[in-house]
Design a binder for this molecule. Sequence first.
Ligand SMILES: NC(=O)c1ccc[n+]([C@@H]2O[C@H](COP(=O)([O-])OP(=O)(O)OC[C@H]3O[C@@H](n4cnc5c(N)ncnc54)[C@H](OP(=O)(O)O)[C@@H]3O)[C@@H](O)[C@H]2O)c1
Ligand SMILES: [Zn+2]
Ligand SMILES: [Zn+2]
Length: 351
Amino acid sequence: MVMKVSGFAAHSATTDLAPWSFERRDPRPDDVAIDILFCGVCHSDIHNARNEWGGAIYPMVPGHEIIGRVSSVGAKVTRFKVGDAVGVGCMVDSCQHCKPCLRGLEQYCAEHSTLTYNSKDPRDGMPTYGGYSEKIVVTEKFVLKIPEGLDLAGAAPLLCAGITTWSPLRHWKVGKGSQVAVVGLGGLGHMGLKLARALGAEVTLFSRSPGKEADARRLGAHNVVISTDPAQMAAVKGSFDLIIDTVPMLHDVNPYLPTLALDGTLVLVGYLGPLDPMLNTVPLMMGRKSVAGSAIGGIEETQEMLDFCGKHGIVSDIEITSIKDINAAYERMLRSDVKYRFVIDMASLQV
Ligand SMILES: NC(=O)c1ccc[n+]([C@@H]2O[C@H](COP(=O)([O-])OP(=O)(O)OC[C@H]3O[C@@H](n4cnc5c(N)ncnc54)[C@H](OP(=O)(O)O)[C@@H]3O)[C@@H](O)[C@H]2O)c1
Ligand SMILES: [Zn+2]
Ligand SMILES: [Zn+2]
């Protein structure tokens, strides 16, 4: 048995997303069926839809910042009931028995977690389709509770942009007294500013865009450094315990290394692939500095982040869009012309 679902899909790397109807599994005993209300638009959706990372499975229904309401639950589901506000992020399943899974770090599952879209469900071999659609069916373990009081549309980007910046902030133990910098003020970057500030850190934005300074301060930055200005870069030499680099494209990471403090870490969460120019090890050795990477976050820490946002009233700054304007939204995102995340109102599928 399957259910018919409508959504928007990419049919190739070079064509616009277009309406598409497809099938999802009927809920299994451990599944939660969700009517989707909102879905954030992540830069990864563009990378995937355009096959910039390889491995695209078409037709592809992107979307992994999903907010909805539970429409039905399987017989074994205990944590959710019909009507609950819930979220689904980048993963919908994992092996649950490897070392990373047992540590609650399903994003690093040794057997590869099942991604929300552009993946195959290992249990039935069906492709996974994401949140640019009216409904989704997800095993209970990978469904998140949305704290009461949070704006549901604004909460959608927490499911990827939020957790991807939260996880390194927590892993590198950011708190009061920490010096944190974020590179790039986009979807991830603006959540990085908000979360680092709420954790008590002194926060700096590195941006190539001088026009974003006032927004950056409103979002939580104490300082803004224009990364293309050598004098501004030199002024923050030796400053940061943690730099979260969200830039989606190949870029030179070397200018940021001297700005790390002793034992500081620059964590790459944006660009995927070999660096060019290569890293200069001199500033790394001279101060025991690290360059690291980080992927989204585990389910437990995603719930921790959502609960923290509930307590502190943190949501994303969003622009609501119709699904019919998704291709224009992609183009605007590529020009950094969104403050600071598009969220699709899924009611627009029916209009
Ligand atoms: N690691 C993970 O698990 C994970 C999860 C989600 C997303 N991602 C990846 O993270 C990246 C960022 O995603 P996003 O949704 O935040 O993207 P976004 O909203 O497009 O923001 C990216 C920001 O990076 C800066 N930027 C863009 N192009 C640049 C360039 N050529 N050189 C220097 N800076 C540039 C811009 O900020 P300024 O104008 O301020 O410079 C821009 O606003 C994407 O590659 C995405 O795939 C990774
Ligand atoms: Zn994402
Ligand atoms: Zn695993």
